[in-house]
Design a binder for this molecule. Structure first.
Ligand SMILES: [Fe+2]
Ligand SMILES: [Fe+2]
Length: 293
């Protein structure tokens, strides 16, 4: 078990946040976000492509099960939510001009934008603040391709709208396994979102960590956290054959959250020190004390 402070600074790049689609607050034209075209002469695009290529090569059913096993012992770290968020402040993409803000600024920007539109839903404000806290895994030698980026379902055919779908799964061994390489794979038709095994990343980890630590956040908050990077589902409409009617309702919540989860150095930098007392009161209400990570 580590305590805060004995880990090294990690530079992290989240390809799903690097190229975000939300037009509402951003100054970039919509088409400039989530541009996953391949251009080997462009170092940023190459870096994004390589991250996904590794993700799509190594995230198999067995790999995900091993990560679930490893991370749901919650024996990596003991700290409060505030301490984890402050630690994440060291996660900065230093090489990309679009992602040169510390993660905590992204957290406060997301939370404050939600607060402006939903002033009475304090649980939603806190969800905005903590949604990326699962990226603390990056301090424990996890490669970026199993911490950040869009997520997808393992154990069945990869859907058409996963980024780099046509090129980057070629070496994934599940593609040659008849248990997994069919439309339904290891799932029953319409088994429901909650029964799917997602590629491992910060969404699933934080969701499980919050449940483990008995959060009082409402179910909608947990959906938003667990599936915010599941772009092939919430934005492209894939995997409908595995969903239930109730999952449509879940999708509405996730999409409601997603318009705020954008990366935006184009908006004002929040006054974090002044905002902390309010957000500490929410942490106290919904996920207090020293937590097991
Ligand atoms: Fe995220
Ligand atoms: Fe985010």
């Amino acid at each position: 078990m580590r305590v805060l402070g004995d880990t090294n600074t990690v530079t992290i790049i989240d390809p799903s946040e690097l190229l975000r689609p939300e037009p509402k607050f951003a100054k970039k034209p919509i088409g400039a976000f989530r541009d996953f075209s391949i251009d080997e002469s462009d170092p940023i695009k190459e870096r994004v492509r390589k991250t996904y290529e590794e993700m799509h090569t190594y995230q198999t059913v067995d790999f995900v099960k091993a990560k679930q096993e490893k991370w749901t012992k919650f024996d990596h770290l003991k700290c409060t939510m505030r301490e984890a968020l402050e630690r994440l402040n060291e996660l900065v993409d230093e090489s990309d001009p679009d992602v040169d803000i510390p993660n905590m600024i992204h957290a406060f920007q997301t939370a404050e934008r939600i607060r402006k539109d939903y002033p009475d839903d304090d649980w939603f404000h806190l969800t905005g603040l903590i949604h990326d806290a699962g990226k603390v895994m990056a301090f424990f030698d996890e490669p970026q391709w199993c911490v950040v980026g869009d997520t997808f379902v393992v154990g069945c055919n990869w859907s058409d709208n996963i980024v780099y779908r046509d090129t980057s799964f070629k070496k994934n061994v599940d593609g040659r396994n008849p248990k997994y390489n069919t439309k339904y794979g290891m799932y029953e038709p319409n088994c429901g979102l909650a029964k799917l095994t997602m590629s491992w990343g910060h969404d699933e980890y934080l969701y499980r960590m919050l449940v483990h630590n008995k959060t009082k956040l409402p179910p909608q908050a947990l959906y938003m956290i667990r599936f915010h990077s599941f772009y092939p589902w919430h934005t492209s409409g894939d995997y409908e054959h595995l969903m239930t009617e109730e999952d449509e309702d879940t999708k509405k919540w996730v999409l409601k959250f997603n318009q705020y989860d954008l990366y935006t150095k184009s908006t004002d930098i929040p006054d974090i020190q002044n905002l902390w007392p309010y957000y500490e009161s929410l942490i106290e209400k919904y996920i207090p004390g020293v937590l097991e990570w």
